[in-house]
Design a binder for this molecule. Structure first.
Ligand code: SF4
Length: 176
């Protein structure tokens, strides 16, 4: 009985994944396009939520600056497990056009490896939607999140908090 209930819970979760994101790069405009009437992603069950506490996955929308990195990691840290990462845009892979900038993080996939990555600068809404459907599949199959087993985010977050202890006292309200 309990197994059946958990199966049902997993099925419901996979069919309506909640995501937390904040606009860290210009790729986020393509997310807005997905929310609009042309693509209407809510018909696939996707729902943006303003709090990481209820989110199934986090979206990295392109560029991550050094200032934003601790916020990204703290947000991920607050999500319940299993927690997945969805990344879009070449900036989220290697810094993209800002590959030689000193203020941009160029190794995000090493720190927080994405379970799904959609390439492009920016990727099209169609490509992002395809990636999101893949994310649904990953959630349905309850695959192990890559960031949990491969990512260095815990150590990096610890270093960031040691550098700036005030960060841990910030109420981060993301996405809303
Ligand atoms: S990949 Fe291109 S569109 Fe996306 S954040 Fe970077 S510069 Fe902007």
């Amino acid at each position: 009985m309990l197994t059946k209930f958990l199966d049902f819970f997993g099925w419901a979760r996979a069919n309506s994944p909640w995501m937390v994101h904040y606009c860290s790069g210009c790729c986020s405009l393509e997310i807005l396009a997905l929310m609009g009437p042309r693509f209407d992603w809510e018909r696939y069950g996707f729902l943006p939520v303003p709090s990481p506490r209820q989110a199934d996955f986090i979206v990295i929308t392109g560029l991550i600056s050094r200032k934003v990195l601790p916020v990204l990691l703290m947000t991920y840290d607050q999500m319940p497990k299993p927690r997945y990462v969805f990344a879009i845009g070449s900036c989220a892979f290697d810094g993209g056009p800002y590959y030689d900038s000193t203020s941009v993080v160029t190794n995000v996939p090493e720190i927080l490896p994405p379970d799904v990555f959609v390439a492009g600068c920016p990727p099209t809404p169609e490509a992002i939607l395809e990636g999101l459907l893949e994310m649904k599949k990953i959630i349905r199959e309850k695959r192990e999140a890559r960031a949990e087993k491969e990512g260095t985010w815990r150590e990096i977050l610890k270093q960031e908090l040691e550098k700036n202890p005030l960060l841990s006292q910030q109420p981060f309200f993301v996405g809303g």
